[in-house]
Design a protein around this ligand. Structure first.
Ligand code: DGP
Length: 113
């Protein structure tokens, strides 16, 4: 199975990386939906949030910390921003490698579409 985000995590597929750590990479979305749109992914392949298990809790926590750090680094912390995880078809997930969207730079609305 080939996974585009595994390719990005391995450095085999080019991406505009904004941050990385031992177990995560953050890079700009190819089809930005806001002025700032960054994806935070685990280096390890996890298909989606529905596939996490209790022992992944620390990793998920580090991904959330990374997402907040990215938002701070992008200058979004004061004005606000949105973190999104899409899961499965009805959730709008198109890439089956867990990712947190960091969206900011415009007013978000509720409910999301
Ligand atoms: P989702 O719909 O939640 O699965 O979001 C997948 C996002 O990934 C979507 O906003 C577009 C982005 N994307 C898809 N392929 C690539 C790629 O090759 N590079 C980058 N940087 N982003 C990608």
């Amino acid at each position: 199975m080939s996974c585009i985000f595994c390719g990005i995590a391995a450095g085999e597929v080019p991406s505009d990386t904004v941050a990385e750590g031992e177990d995560f990479v953050a890079f700009r979305d190819l089809q930005p939906q806001a002025a700032t749109h960054v994806l935070v992914i685990p280096r390890r392949h996890i298909s989606g949030i529905a596939d996490i298990i209790p022992k992944d809790g620390d990793l998920i926590g580090r991904l959330m910390v990374a997402a907040a750090d990215v938002a701070r680094g992008e200058g979004l912390a004061e004005g606000g921003y949105r973190l999104v995880v899409n899961q499965g078809e009805a959730g709008g997930q198109t890439v089956e490698h867990l990712h947190i969207h960091v969206l900011g730079g415009r007013q978000m609305r509720w409910p999301p579409g």
